[in-house]
Ligand binder design. Structure first.
Ligand SMILES: Cc1ncc(COP(=O)(O)O)c(C=O)c1O
Length: 381
């Protein structure tokens, strides 16, 4: 009998990190209690007294995520934004953050607003310019280098190991938003990241019915303790039902991400060079400028996200979206069903996203059906 130490990540995930030998329940239980009892000697019966600070509901999913990412500890949050903002709130006035110009737009907008208000310096860099990092990292002042790879929604690939080395040389921590590749395809801590961020709303849960976030730390240190304090005092904790749904979703993470990646690659290959398209943006294509780096740091696929740029511009892009029958016209990503979105019109006039770009979140449907839907919609453009 194995003691479990040699089980591979997909095997651990299939069990949701749950130990059925404790109480016999095969499925992880839902644990709604907000407060926890003490014994007659006034000692807590189990670790944790009040669930704004810590909850046994988190124990298994947090331990599973930390294990999948190869980190020391994980923390769940009420949303991906709550997780991201907790990292920034752990900084001090006068500290600086370097973050990409093209990234999850909600976070970029919040950074621009919050950093100005709280005296934190923000330096936005261009992910397509290899020399940009050298210019924005200010030794001794930059405390966080923020990266997202592949980066939403152009899917530029950043070299995590090179970013980690640059951050270290400047005395900064490297935070990697790894929502899109998930630990199935990339484990940023193995490449030198200090903190990994997930919008668990996306692939970790995978069914479009939970808003959740997570952080994983390479090591537990004072900065991690400060983040824990932000969560405990700010109260951006995940509810018990959402935690339970998330743990349930993580049990099928590997099979969902592997299938979505294979589907996305099939679609990207099929439409590359299509006369009505200016470009297919997908790191799995040999023609993608980040393909070699992606091959080095991604294992088992290139993810389920890709973008199409229409040769005819924004009008043709919106017509294509209108013509689709199977793809759902909706925001978000990482669910089992395929979604499509015209990001520029969602993000508004200040968006850096090209107006001819459509972002596709590929689900787990039959790839032939997805290709046929895109073909008929393109034919009518
Ligand atoms: C890459 C990425 N990071 C972070 C977030 C924020 O996560 P949430 O919506 O769970 O707050 C999103 C949301 O779309 C995202 O796509």
């Amino acid at each position: 009998m194995s003691d479990g130490k040699t089980w591979r990540p997909a095997t651990r995930a299939a069990h949701g990190g749950h130990d059925s030998s404790m109480h016999g329940d095969v499925a992880p239980p839902l644990r709604p209690s907000t407060n926890f009892a003490r014994d007659a000697a006034n000692k807590l019966i189990a670790p944790g007294s009040y669930s704004r600070a810590e909850s046994p509901a988190y124990t298994e999913p947090e331990a599973l995520l930390a294990e999948l990412e190869g980190g020391a500890e994980a923390m769940l949050f009420a949303s991906g934004m709550a997780a991201a903002t907790a990292v920034v709130m752990a900084l001090r006035p006068g500290d600086r953050i370097a973050a990409p110009k093209v990234m999850y737009w909600g976070l970029r907008d919040w950074l621009i607003e919050f950093c100005g208000q709280w005296g934190i310096g923000l330096d936005l860099y261009d992910t397509a310019d290899p020399a940009a990092l050298g210019r924005v990292l200010q030794p001794g002042e930059t405390k966080l280098l923020w990266i997202e790879t592949p980066a939403n929604p152009t899917w530029d690939v950043l070299d995590i190991a090179a970013c980690a080395a640059a951050a270290k040389a400047a005395g900064a921590r490297l935070v990697v938003d790894s929502t899109v590749p998930t630990p199935v395809l990339t484990r940023p801590i193995a490449h030198g990241a200090d903190i990994v961020l997930h919008s668990a709303t996306k692939y970790l849960n995978g069914h479009g019915d939970v808003v959740a976030g997570a952080l994983v730390a390479a090591r537990t240190d004072d900065f991690w303790a400060k983040i824990a304090s932000v969560r405990a005092h700010g109260g951006a904790v995940l509810g018990p039902f959402e935690t339970w749904l998330l743990q349930r979703g993580m049990r099928t993470l590997f099979i969902r991400v592997t299938r979505a990646s294979a589907n996305a690659l099939a679609i990207a290959r099929h439409f590359e060079g299509h006369p009505k398209l200016k470009a297919v943006l997908y790191a799995g294509l040999e023609s993608h400028p980040g393909h070699e780096v992606a091959r080095r740091q991604m294992d088992g696929g290139f993810g389920g996200m890709l973008s199409l740029r229409l040769a005819g511009g924004a009008t043709e892009a919106l017509t294509l979206v209108a013509n689709l029958r199977l793809f759902v016209r909706a925001t978000s990503l990482g669910g089992v069903e395929s979604l499509i979105e015209h990001r520029a019109s969602i993000e508004g006039p200040d968006s850096p996203v090209p107006p001819d770009l459509l972002r596709l979140s590929i689900g787990i449907e039959e790839p032939e059906d997805l290709i046929a839907d895109l073909e008929q919609a393109l034919a009518a453009v």
